[in-house]
Design a protein around this ligand. Sequence first.
Ligand code: KDG
Length: 321
Amino acid sequence: MNSIDSNFDVVVMGEILVEVATDQPFSHGVPAHLGISGDALNVAAAAAASGAQVGLLSVLTDDDLGQAIAARIAELGISTALLKFRKGQQGVYLVHSDPDGEREFSYARTGSVGSSLGPDDVDPAVFAAAGAVVAGGIACAISESSRAAVFKAAVVAKRFVFDPNFRPRLTSVEEATAALLQLAPRAFLVTPSFPSETSALLGCSTPVEAAAKLRGLGAWNVAVTCGAKGVQLEAGGVSAWVPSIPAPAVVDQTGAGDAFVGTLTARLVLGDDFPTAARFGAAASSLVVGGRGGTDFIPSFEQTRAHTAGTLVEGTVPSNA
Ligand code: KDG
């Protein structure tokens, strides 16, 4: 790897999945849309669109499909330098979604190449040099080796960002909680969702309580995403509520949280303050739901910036959040 390849603002790690999306309940003959997705790709795409140099550590199949996925990664403005290619099967998920956000996932990913990710794939020099490294609970859930890779990344990264992304079909509450509690002390930023993750993994009934708990564990910055309402931010000296921005169009909510995390991380690394970066994240999140699947529509930073006007109210938390 040359020095340019290892100079990333943001490195994202995790499994990339083939996405088979329908807007009708699963059934024989239902029309489906093929896409490339997975939380890591969605995060990386949002970070790249936000102006960051982004590397994506993921394992793809050593065949035409792997090459097609790599081409899509490059098309999204993400470096392919960190990709690994191995024999095996690419993970797949089927998702039935409707515009209200109700989603039903079915996975075919056990033993996938993506889950063969391991600590040896984490180059300490590249990860230590990156402005931030992003990993999530899904990468911790898919295999022992992938979880070990995330833990190694958390140790070597300058700024480690963790999105709990709890998926009950992949892991238990106990395992997801253990990963969060062990990684939070090393985290520059943690992004749990309210109420599902804050309640299941932290036992907290409000976003403020969850943020305080994670700060108490040692996380520097916490952004508790509260769905269509907004985001609660807590950091040293910052307590802010960022209201969500109404989406101009809602087709599929897959990837909304990932767009928030990718945009927020990229903008923090590029020098924006926490509330400003979170406001851009909320705007990006509100725009991606206009596209099908995780990455069909990734807004440019110009679009995201234009969508942010007048949404930030610092220091206030609505009583119903
Ligand atoms: O956050 C969106 C993801 O849940 C979706 O892309 C599927 O990555 C996925 C997963 O592993 O569940």
